[in-house]
Each structure stands twice: as structure tokens, then as C-alpha cells.
Design a protein around this ligand. Structure first.
Ligand code: MN
Length: 214
């Protein structure tokens, strides 16, 4: 199976036993905290990226010692782990893909290039894809993520995933995602998840989604 590596960057430290430990670091956002407003406020970004994601990074680094995953990539760790390691590694991978897929707000924001071709082939039109993805995002019960991914036959799929799950565990390539954990939208939208989903489309960086197709 082809292994897709989105996040290879790690810092290597030596501890007092001279054993190499690979530590994960918080990703740097390719935009400022104000750039996604009013879809995602700077306050939400500062908590979501600076606090929630940082906690998952700290937790995973604390769990890595003697885990057998010290030298694995993030993707390998998500595919092969269970329990607390899976939960924290999964949340890092999911959030990295989520935060890195955004750009400044554009009112008429549409996919272009290869991803548009595949969406038209597998869903008919962008509007029908958007409708199905939005309905699954609104309808996901509890905490989780909705994903657009490409399966091993090259076909696009939309899936609802609970908690820290990512379609990479089924051998798919994750392309686009929405975080529907309440911490992703509650400061800005309170209980109005549907409004967060509707506005989400105006900040997608479709060039980045095309890059993920490989
Ligand atoms: Mn989140």
C-alpha cells in the first residue's frame, strides 16, 4: 500500500540516555489569526490551534517513550496504534489537515483543476457534492470529522468519522475535512453548526486540496 506522508517535519532530541526521541511540534499556520474571520474568528483560532492542538502534541510526545512508535511517521502511527496514542496522533493529523486547507475568505470560492474533475465525475456537480458533504457534517452525532477522501480505486468518498478517526486507516488518502467537535465552532456559532458548515466553503484553499491528490 502506498504510504502518503503529509507531515515529515519533526525535531530530534537526545535525552540523557542518548536515545533518539522524535518529538512532534505544533504546525505553523500559513495565515494570521485574523485572516479567516468572520468564518473562524481569531479567538477560535487561538484556542483551537494554540491550545487544543498544542495539547494533543504535548500528550503524544509524553506517550511516545517506549511505545514502539518513537520512529514512526505521524501517518504510520495513526494507521497502527490504538487507545491514547491513536487518539492524540489522530487528532494531530486531523487538525494539521484541517488548518492547512484554509485561506482568506472569498465569496465565490470554488474548486478548480483535478479535484473539480474528480468531484464532477463522482458526484455530478460541485453543488451536489457540497450538499452531501454539508448534510453529513450537520448530521454527525457527537464529536467527529467529515472527510472527503480518495479510496484505493481512485474514487472520491465522503465519510463521517467519530472522535479522532481519519479515512487513512482504511487506506484512503484524506483530502478535505471539517471538524465538527464543538470546540471548532462554539465560540463563533454556539449551537448553529449548520451556519459554520455553510461559511466553511468560503475559506477552502482548493490548490492545497489539489496538492493532496498527489
Ligand atoms: Mn478540533
Amino acid at each position: 500500500m502506498k504510504i502518503t506522508c503529509f507531515f515529515k517535519k519533526k525535531i530530534i532530541h537526545l535525552n540523557f540516555t542518548k536515545k533518539i526521541i522524535i518529538m512532534y511540534t505544533l504546525i505553523t499556520l500559513p495565515y494570521s489569526n485574523e485572516d479567516l474571520s468572520p468564518v473562524i474568528s481569531s479567538q477560535t483560532l487561538s484556542f483551537h490551534h494554540g491550545k487544543h492542538l498544542q495539547t494533543y502534541v504535548n500528550n503524544l510526545n509524553n506517550l511516545l517513550k517506549d511505545s514502539g512508535f518513537e520512529n514512526s511517521t505521524l501517518e504510520e502511527t495513526v494507521k497502527n496504534s490504538t487507545g491514547a496514542i491513536f487518539n492524540n496522533a489522530g487528532q494531530i493529523l486531523n487538525h494539521n489537515l484541517y488548518f492547512l486547507q484554509f485561506k482568506k475568505v472569498a465569496s465565490d470560492n470554488k474548486p478548480t483543476g483535478k479535484i473539480l474533475e474528480l468531484i464532477n465525475r463522482d458526484f455530478g456537480t460541485f453543488e451536489s457534492f457540497k450538499d452531501e458533504f454539508s448534510k453529513k457534517s450537520a448530521g454527525l452525532f457527537g464529536s467527529g470529522w467529515v472527510w472527503l477522501s480518495k479510496n484505493s480505486n481512485g474514487k472520491l468518498e465522503i465519510s463521517q468519522e467519530q472522535n479522532a478517526q481519519n479515512p487513512i486507516t482504511k487506506g484512503n488518502i484524506p483530502l478535505l475535512t471539517i471538524d465538527v467537535w464543538e470546540h471548532a465552532y462554539y465560540l463563533d456559532y454556539q449551537n448553529r453548526r449548520a451556519e459554520y458548515i455553510e461559511k466553511f466553503w468560503s475559506i477552502i484553499n482548493w490548490d492545497e486540496i489539489n496538492n493532496r491528490l498527489g
